[in-house]
Design a protein around this ligand. Structure first.
Ligand code: FAD
Ligand code: SF4
Ligand code: SF4
Length: 450
């Protein structure tokens, strides 16, 4: 029997995975395919993590969404995987029997999930427009909205913070799915193991004053450029956001917020060189007449096929200039003047570009530090999860039954995130052995899929 109270219930599974990005999904599928019952707790309105929003992937230029969406849909339909989106972990407690009790809270989306058909009539009727976080603020979205076209689940939500309660969405919704009475729902999960796969956050470019501190309209982040290069892009081409002009001279500034102690992030983000080289090639595909220049300190093309990918960009006429950008200034027409030290000649030089992309670094997602009961979870000096034995056992934390996958433990690309998820699932398979059966017998609580 599942224990239910008003807006709260107790359920059991083998493993709870915190984060439904590529690492969390891969671990969930591996575990579920070997008979384990898995719950994915995802704080966003959709699973898929950062990868579902990317254009193509280095070094193969495969379509990112085409790799992610089959995993997303397999996980969504898998009888061994239960997914809770719009949900965060509030508290973890370890009991004397070696079980984790994970208290999670699902926030209201003000739409009845079982009635919503994803028709978007509410979106069309809603009169309020705010910045679209899924298009990295390049365009607007409605307050009643489907998060993005390939969101899973594809169910509307009401952004209640910005809602004026005009009722237009309610009138437009034929199935009557809008429900302003929804409240947060609590669930307590009793599990044997927890995998933290909560990923990374992006460095905020507003912190780099010398690059305009987020004030120059034609200085964008790599994630904003990534969105301009996907098939579901906000504009039908690459544009500079300041005035909608198609850029002729695009500059990439590498290590923006990485390997830089002055902005509090002295480590290498590992992915920015390669995603910049990828984007430079994709821009030349979209705008064949454009000049693309990459300003770099070192190009770290260390993976399989990466150096060949770098050489391919050079053959496509992408310019690479070894030099640290000291300052970016905005000209009256929105163009940008870049002042840099040209390391080859030892001279200070200036170059004009009409669009600049900051290859921003990645940072640890510090959400985990806010969860009650995880005060003793060890972190490394950069706030990523500390691997208990970095060389021999890189997926275990210092707490029993708590594992990690993907970028929660440090910067890494997609293949490495998937590899780490594979390795951790093998370890967790052994750790979980016989858990659900034993706990059901002892507690008379049913598993969620019975
Ligand atoms: C601009 C850019 C371009 C890139 N291009 C490439 C590329 O071409 N090739 C490549 O290999 N890599 C690329 N990457 C790197 C790639 O995005 C990462 O390697 C990959 O997304 C890591 O997956 P992850 O599952 O560890 O983390 P994420 O993708 O960050 O997923 C983590 C998930 O956890 C959820 N979450 C976070 N906190 C919580 C919480 N407290 N509770 C519940 N859920 C939570 C998040 O919402 C998210 O869904 C790029 C990155 C960027 C920024
Ligand atoms: S809430 Fe209603 S109108 Fe909006 S997408 Fe769902 S079914 Fe359609
Ligand atoms: S009630 Fe809120 S979400 Fe619905 S149409 Fe009005 S502003 Fe939009």
């Amino acid at each position: 029997m599942e224990q239910n109270m008003k807006n709260s219930s107790v359920k059991v599974a083998d493993t709870l995975i915190l984060g439904g990005g590529i690492a969390g999904l891969e671990a969930a599928l591996n575990l579920a395919n070997t008979g384990h019952q898995v719950v994915i707790v995802e704080k966003d309105l959709s699973i898929g993590g950062r990868m579902i929003h990317l254009s193509k992937v280095f070094p193969t230029l495969d379509c990112s969404a085409c790799i992610t969406t089959p995993k997303v849909s397999e996980a969504s339909r898998h009888p061994g995987i239960h997914i809770q989106v719009n949900t965060g972990a509030k508290k973890l407690a370890f009991d004397a029997k070696g079980h984790w009790h994970v208290h999670v809270q699902t926030e209201p989306r003000f739409v009845n999930e079982s009635l919503c058909t994803g028709c978007q009539d509410c979106e069309r009727a809603c009169p309020v427009v705010v910045k679209d976080e899924y298009q990295y603020n390049l365009v607007g979205r409605k307050v009643a909205y489907i998060p993005f076209s390939i969101a899973s689940p594809r169910i509307a939500a009401i952004d209640i913070e910005n809602c004026i309660l005009c009722g237009a969405c309610e009138k437009a919704c034929v199935p009557g799915a809008i429900d302003f009475s929804q409240e947060p729902v609590q669930t307590e999960w009793i599990v044997k193991s927890v995998i933290i796969a909560s990923g990374f956050t992006l460095f905020d470019p507003d912190q780099i004053e010398r690059y305009g501190g987020g004030k120059f309209k034609n200085v964008v982040t790599a994630m904003q450029m990534e969105r301009q290069l996907v098939p579901t892009r906000p504009f039908n081409t690459v544009l500079r956001p300041g005035d909608g002009k198609i850029p002729d001279k695009v500059a990439y500034v590498l290590c923006a917020g990485s390997r830089d102690g002055t902005v509090g992030n002295p480590i290498c983000s590992q992915i920015c060189c390669m995603y910049s080289i990828k984007q430079a090639q994709l821009i030349l595909g979209a705008l064949p007449m454009a000049d693309v220049t990459v300003y770099y300190l070192h190009i770290r093309s260390f993976g399989k096929g990466f150096d060949e990918f770098y050489q391919q960009a050079k053959k496509m006429d992408v310019s690479f200039i070894k030099g640290k950008i000291g300052k970016i200034s905005e000209l009256e027409n929105g163009d940008l003047m870049l002042r840099y030290e040209d390391i080859a000649s030892g001279k200070i030089k200036e170059a004009k570009h009409d669009m600049v992309v900051l290859s921003v670094g990645i940072l640890a997602n510090r959400d985990i530090e806010k969860i009650s009961g995880l005060e003793n979870l060890e972190l490394d000096p950069f706030h990523y999860l500390k691997q208990r034995q970095e060389m021999s056992n890189p997926f275990k934390t210092n707490l029993p039954g708590i594992f990690m996958a993907g970028t929660a433990s440090g910067p890494m690309d997609i293949p490495d995130s998937i590899l780490s998820a594979g390795a951790v699932s093998a370890m967790v398979t052994k750790y979980n052995k016989g858990f659900v059966e034993s706990i059901i017998n002892s507690l008379t609580i049913s598993s969620w899929n019975e």
